[in-house]
Design a protein around this ligand. Sequence first.
Ligand SMILES: Cc1cc2nc3c(=O)[nH]c(=O)nc-3n(C[C@H](O)[C@H](O)[C@H](O)COP(=O)(O)OP(=O)(O)OC[C@H]3O[C@@H](n4cnc5c(N)ncnc54)[C@H](O)[C@@H]3O)c2cc1C
Length: 385
Amino acid sequence: MPASVPPLRVLVAGGGVAAIETVLALHALAGDRVAIELLAPGDEYVERPFSVRSPFSGEAEPRVTLEGLVALGVVHHHGALAAVEAERREVRTTNGGRLGYDRLVVAPGAHAIDGVPGSVTFRGPISSGLVEGAIRRAEHSLVFVAPAEAGWILPLYELALMTAHEFPDGPDIRIVTHEPRPLDVFGPIASDAVARLLERAGIEFIGRARAVEYVGNALVIGEGDVIVADAVVSLPRLTGPRIEGMPADANGFIPINANARVVGMSHVFAAGDATTEPIKQGGLATQQADAAAEMIAAEAGAVLIPRPYRRILRGVVLTGERPLYLRRDLDEAQEIIRPLRGVPPGVSRTQLWWPEGKIAGRYLTSFVASGGHLGAPLSDRPAVP
Ligand SMILES: Cc1cc2nc3c(=O)[nH]c(=O)nc-3n(C[C@H](O)[C@H](O)[C@H](O)COP(=O)(O)OP(=O)(O)OC[C@H]3O[C@@H](n4cnc5c(N)ncnc54)[C@H](O)[C@@H]3O)c2cc1C
């Protein structure tokens, strides 16, 4: 880059999956063509998916300090985004500060609110004690519920399977969900594999069901049907962050295009659970972040052709025994010809991507696996030694 061209000033707001992936991707793709600043409240990245183990093992979820990003030259502003003033290319922070930008990436996640009134809501790390209590309270029957507006349903299956594994003589376990089949989003072959896991564990699957509330010891379903349960654990409903100065749909989520650019805002991008993408999953959040980073890197002068966001779902189901790995290309039109084209399988008892991680991101997974350092990008094939 000629010395006279100043770097593009990129401000990333958020401290979770999408924000960290954006920072790492920008660093890898644009180098010193960009000056990266991070506006995040905390000093750590918390890997929430492993919190499903906490009610059983008491194990804390992995955390990675953001120091590794600072070592790359990223400036970390402690705080939170309050408003975007697009015409001035400035943001306001919740403590009254102002920060300018050339490009802004907004990744504050979603808000989790109770999904089924009366039940115990599993929100991740902070809920492990409550969930443990509910499981222990359930002498005869325990129900795990996914409301229709839950973001990512896989953790519910993990909680049910691990409960069955930990307490083989424990309560009857049911999963109540709006899905037609178990983890339907991964396609029929993977769904069948999950159904077999549930069957073997003695867990009853009740699909196409809308749980309304849990009162007394009754879980009320749809048109007044009732399931008797000693305890009910549910996933939360997610709502969008509604940031002043940014567009939002009726639920507060930010609309973006295929390159993660916010609709109607030429210098602003958004990624992750905060966007209108209906599947709120960490892997998809990183893929949106990568699309935003590629576009910004190109606008900063890096030689690359920015690709639109392509949704490849990768999921690990923790069971208490060997995990189940699932993979599905949601934007692949003809899944039937996958094996012929050497595309990796969609369901396996062995690892399907490297390095291993519950959240599969091109740069984030190795950053987390190495405790906050740069590593090899995610691959669907093992590294050749
Ligand atoms: C229990 C559980 C298990 C899960 N399991 C999996 C899994 O196995 N695989 C998978 O891919 N996904 C999984 N998910 C989903 C995944 O965690 C989310 O989709 C992902 O974290 C979304 O990333 P994000 O960056 O949009 O939001 P988050 O990761 O929620 O990060 C948002 C960040 O922004 C910060 N923030 C909030 N407001 C502001 C603001 N105004 N300004 C600046 N910063 C702000 C927050 O402090 C936080 O650091 C799981 C989720 C849960 C709860």
